[in-house]
Structures are given as structure tokens and as C-alpha cells.
Ligand binder design. Structure first.
Ligand SMILES: [Zn+2]
Length: 81
């Protein structure tokens, strides 16, 4: 799933792993690799945390009606990174 052979920069690989990571679809080795990178990279750590938060909101929105101001807040969160 994750291409480990190429020499693309670690952040790009980390980003590739983000969705499967949150979906718990990574192998143990891939998971460990992603976490190792997160330990040393503030940028990716912020990305992962943001996506996690976003998913929580989205899950919530699936069961509740999302208030318009929350939608706006999420839209505003989309860009800062
Ligand atoms: Zn990174």
C-alpha cells in the first residue's frame, strides 16, 4: 500500500499513510514507521491530529445535524496547514 522503495521525502510518505493509519489499515511495521516519523516531525503530527479531530466531527455529524457555524469552523480549519 505504501511505497517504501522510492526516495520521496518522509513527509509525503507519512501523508500517504495518514488515511490508512486512521482507518487502522496499516500493518504493524507501517504503523511503527509512521509513528516514528510523527515523533520527530511536528508538521505531520499536526496533520494527523487535525485529521483525527476532523473525523471525530464527521462521525458526530453522521448522527446529528451539523450546525451551520460548525460547518464554517471546519471549512476554516481546512486551510491553515
Ligand atoms: Zn513529516
Amino acid at each position: 500500500m505504501i511505497d517504501t522503495s522510492s526516495e520521496i521525502d518522509p513527509c509525503a510518505r507519512c501523508e500517504e499513510a495518514l488515511q490508512p493509519y486512521l482507518d487502522r489499515e496499516l500493518t504493524k511495521a507501517e504503523m511503527a514507521e509512521a509513528e516514528r516519523h510523527l515523533d520527530s516531525c511536528t508538521y505531520c503530527r499536526r496533520r494527523y491530529r487535525f485529521e483525527e479531530t476532523l473525523r471525530r466531527y464527521v462521525r458526530q455529524a453522521a448522527t446529528e445535524e451539523m450546525p451551520p457555524d460548525l460547518k464554517q469552523k471546519l471549512a476554516a480549519l481546512r486551510t491553515p496547514l
